[in-house]
Design a binder for this molecule. Structure first.
Ligand code: GDP
Ligand code: MN
Length: 399
């Protein structure tokens, strides 16, 4: 589950990570009110207005602007709230901005120069360890840095059983070229950041930029946080941060009925039981020359109600031109699934206008094929994997 910048910063602050402070506003008037409050709390005269959407690169898209007085706060907020923000990380239509973060300006002039660093904490799946990735090249696209100057990206692996050790925090501060107060500040920052990542059950904390201010404080100016979905049952305070407006509407609906659905770009919808079989089915569709429109695991109980729910979800995606149902009947018998498909199809009246290929394998597969073939519906049945692939190829050739 992804979070907004302001929510990520709330979590960081709760673990003692220094952040660029800010308050959320939903209207230009509220923006002015919170800007006044921010001045009372921090003394800041200048503000950064930051669009809160689940996408990076907001600065490039015009979603991060400096305001030097309250009138500018009102104007800039008015322009950003309600806009469709297009960034390198959104689709061409962009993302609607519902709220902005009014943050204190932290790039004020002072005794020393400001510097921007990159830092993220994530899971390295190949080593089974946590990893801090960091660079002196902050504030930029880290993908670009990785592409052009990979030697400027450092990594530090952390044994999850041991945690971050003091020497590792010092090594990071050293590699970032820091000394004196800033060095100490950075070791504190890294230590608190790792703790926040670890104890919030997150998949990722990405802070770009980490700022060294002109008075040598180290703070998080941005925060991209993703919490592990599997931990939300015990992290209620984070689960409540979910903003459904930022997620794919079809995925939200699928989750509500308990279906494991991931929206993809192709044209062949899939309905499968079991994640492994679902992956294999997507391969099958590709090999037949199609592109999967989704990943959908209906789980163990493929009865008529569930099949119908799955049909409805798949059909919400208007790009879908054919559906492949691939179910292995182990515990659930194939004839019952077949009956479920037929019933769901009939229940949905004329909602289904595209070809459907059903492959049922396992207990009572032959009987299931009979049920499909005798239903009088425009459904192609198959028993073998290859047969199903050939049928997909056939129907794709016709559309
Ligand atoms: P992103 O573009 O979505 O990654 O949004 P960021 O939160 O990283 O902000 C983009 C850029 O805005 C940063 O890299 C900074 O250069 C700039 N920025 C952020 N906060 C301030 C600030 O307090 N003052 C000034 N002058 N610039 C800021
Ligand atoms: Mn950023």
């Amino acid at each position: 589950m992804n979070l907004h910048e302001y929510q990520g910063k709330e979590i960081l602050a709760s673990f003692g990570v220094r952040i660029q402070r800010g308050l959320v506003a939903h209207s230009p008037q509220e923006a002015v009110d919170v800007a006044k409050q921010l001045t009372r709390e921090t003394g800041t005269k200048w503000f950064v207005i930051k669009a809160q959407v689940h996408a990076g690169g907001r600065g490039k898209g015009g979603g991060v602007k400096l305001a030097k007085n309250l009138k500018e706060v009102e104007e800039v907020s008015g322009n950003i709230i309600g806009m469709n923000l297009v960034t390198p990380q959104t689709s061409a239509e962009g993302k609607k901005v519902h709220q902005v973060l009014i943050a204190e300006d932290v790039y004020y002039p002072g005794e020393s120069e400001t510097s921007e660093f990159y830092m993220s904490v994530l899971l390295n799946r190949s080593s089974g360890r946590n990893m801090i990735m960091y660079s002196t090249e902050g504030g930029m696209d880290i993908e670009d840095v990785a592409d052009k100057t990979p030697h400027l990206i450092f990594t530090e692996e952390i044994d999850p059983a041991v945690g971050l050790l003091a020497f590792q925090a010092r090594k990071i501060a050293f590699n970032l070229g820091l000394s004196g107060i800033a060095f100490k500040e950075m070791t504190k920052f890294v230590t608190a950041l790792y703790k926040a990542y670890d104890q919030s059950d997150s998949n990722m904390f990405e802070i770009n930029p980490v700022l060294k201010t002109s008075d040598n404080l180290i703070m998080a100016v941005d925060a991209k946080v993703s919490i592990d979905d599997n931990s939300l049952y015990r992290r209620k305070q984070y689960a409540e941060m979910r903003d459904l407006r930022e997620e794919s509407p079809i995925e939200v609906e699928a989750r509500a009925v308990g279906l494991n659905y991931v929206d993809l770009d192709g044209n062949v919808g899939c309905m499968v039981n079991g994640a492994g079989l679902a992956m294999a089915t997507m391969d099958l569709i590709k090999m037949a020359g199609g592109e999967p429109a989704n990943f959908l695991d209906v789980g163990g109980t493929a009865d008529a109600k569930r099949v119908e729910e799955a049909f409805r979800i798949i059909l919400k995606d208007t790009a879908v031109k054919a559906i492949l149902i691939n179910i292995f009947g182990g515990i659930v018998r194939c004839d019952r699934v077949a009956q479920g498909v037929v019933d769901a199809y009939k229940n949905m009246g004329d909602a289904i206008k595209i070809p459907i290929i059903v492959r049922l394998q396992g207990t009572n597969a032959e009987l299931a094929k009979e049920i499909i073939d005798n239903s009088g519906l425009a459904v192609h049945s198959a028993v073998q994997f290859q047969e199903a692939a050939d049928k997909v190829k056939e129907v794709l050739a016709e559309i």
